[in-house]
Design a protein around this ligand. Structure first.
Ligand code: SAH
Length: 245
């Protein structure tokens, strides 16, 4: 099986952090297990060691960079939900690096989550749980509504759709990190216009360049400042089909 690059200097210069040897071994195990599962279920098209390193490992972890370089914060047990985790990104690399966090991996496609369950079982990843449902349903269940410190969303649709999925799940003061590629002032204006209706606020937009291929990344960080009205998220399918404007 191909070896992932270590790229310690690239981690260090971009995120002021680098994996320990045991963490690097866990990354290698994750890579091998995801590729094996990918034979049965379509989890990812990113399969070469360099691509996997940059687009799955590095990219998943750059979104939580503020916690990586803060040992005290990473020792705190956060409740995290990865909405639309697909092949387990960003949730699985985050689970490996933050063993004290409890990560719920959510995806509407049950067979992807079943495959991830086997991956986690074979690797002994214990700080994860599985929610094979749509965000619009989970967010109305009392055990999940306003229950999370942190929501992560990568590649699950327009930014206003992501905000509608994430904010109802957050505790007051909780944060959502929306992993985006390009980011425009129009998108930002459109997002700011709807956040008050969801009880959210734009906290920051951080930009990053991917270390191997110089791709553009933005992390759009939302904070929950007020309770989200019960009518959100709207019925399944509506937030994606008709994002709030
Ligand atoms: N986050 C992963 C996968 C992105 S693909 C990555 O970045 O690699 C988008 C995933 O979101 C798909 O697996 C899809 O099933 C899931 N998804 C889309 N809408 C959803 C919803 N409303 N609730 C839960 N999962 C959803």
């Amino acid at each position: 099986m191909d070896r992932l690059p270590f790229n310690g200097d690239r981690w260090q210069s971009s995120l002021q952090w680098q994996p320990t040897d045991p963490q690097q071994q866990r990354f290698q195990q994750l890579y091998e297990a995801i590729l094996a599962a990918n034979q049965q279920v379509n989890l990812t098209r990113i399969t070469t060691p360099e691509d996997f390193w940059e687009k799955h490992l590095w990219d998943s972890l750059q979104g939580v960079a503020p916690w990586l370089s803060d040992p005290q914060a990473s020792a705190t047990g956060l409740k995290v939900v990865d909405i639309g985790t697909g092949g387990g990104f960003p949730g699985l690399p985050v689970a490996l690096v933050f063993p004290h966090w409890a990560i719920a991996l959510m995806d509407a496609t049950r067979k992807k989550l079943t495959a991830l369950e086997s991956v986690c079982e074979s690797l002994g990843i214990a700080n994860v749980s599985f929610l094979p449902q749509r965000a619009e349903q989970v967010a109305h269940q009392p055990t999940h509504r306003e229950a999370y410190d942190l929501a992560l969303l990568r590649a699950v649709g327009p930014v206003n759709t992501c905000a509608e999925y994430a904010l109802p799940l957050l505790k007051p003061e909780g944060q959502a990190i929306l992993y985006r590629g390009q980011w425009s002032s129009e998108e930002e204006a459109g997002l700011k216009a709807i956040l008050p209706r969801l009880g959210g606020k734009l906290r920051s937009v951080r930009s990053q360049t991917t270390p191997l291929t110089q791709g553009v990344r933005h992390n759009v960080v939302l904070t929950k400042v007020e309770r989200t009205p019960d009518k959100f998220p709207r019925l399944p399918g509506i937030p994606a089909k008709t994002p709030l404007v």
